[in-house]
Design a binder for this molecule. Structure first.
Ligand SMILES: [Zn+2]
Length: 222
């Protein structure tokens, strides 16, 4: 590709497509998060170049996923049954529930293989800027689960953002009159980080939440 200094790249938002059908496909693809019209056009042209069978498999996979995937009626995890495999697994500790924002965070914790409790997927975090309030999240069903005598500990595994903190604060407040122990993931200097590059807040939290040295080498599952 020749790059002329000072030249402005084509703005595909204003370019008229040679076909209404391409335009419609680009519109749909560009509606996906993080995909601009330039990338959407590249993907649309790529799909156009594939054979019909490939494209049918592609659209069928998306359609089948939309129709077949269910939210677990207990924890909000995704699966293909009314109750998910984690909730049905009786080898998992029902007394500990990790509260996560969405499936990606659940998968991240699962990938460690070090959490044997269960989950509650909120489906987002409280964000007044985006118009997301507690009623838009699975908060009430979480409180109902906590009401169950079996649940002893709730672990906030939420994003370390203002929205994550607001959500934890709100849920914790709603749990005031319960016996459940509420904990949160430790915050501090990440593994492999150099102290001089850590931000001030992270360093302060790391100091406040310091651990006995012996605990830092203990990697047993909770
Ligand atoms: Zn479940």
């Amino acid at each position: 590709m020749t790059c002329i200094k000072g030249a402005t790249p084509v703005n595909f938002a204003f370019v008229e497509m040679p076909s209404r059908l391409i335009d419609r496909a680009v519109d749909q693809i560009a509606g996906l998060p993080g995909v601009g019209r330039r990338t959407a056009l590249r993907l649309a042209l790529h799909l156009l170049g594939r054979n019909e069978e490939d494209v049918r498999r592609f659209t069928e996979a998306i359609q089948d996923m939309k129709e077949g995937v269910l939210s677990c009626s207990t924890c909000g995890n995704l699966g293909e049954e009314e109750v998910c495999s984690i909730c049905l697994d009786d080898r998992r500790d029902p007394s500990r529930i990790a509260v996560v924002e969405d499936l990606r965070d659940l998968l991240a914790i699962e990938s460690t293989g070090h959490f044997k409790g269960r989950y509650h997927v909120l489906g987002g975090v409280i964000s007044p800027m985006d118009g997301v309030g507690p009623a838009d999240l699975r908060v009430e069903s979480l409180l109902m689960r906590v009401g169950d005598a079996e649940v002893k500990e709730l672990i906030f595994a939420l994003p370390t953002t203002m929205e994550g903190d607001t959500t934890a604060f709100y849920i914790n407040k709603r749990l005031q009159n319960t016996e459940v122990e509420v904990t949160t993931l430790a915050r501090g200097v990440a593994v492999g980080d150099e102290l001089q590059y850590a931000d001030e807040l992270t360093l302060i939290r790391s100091l406040q939440q310091r651990l006995p040295y012996s605990a830092t080498s203990n990697s047993s599952a909770p």
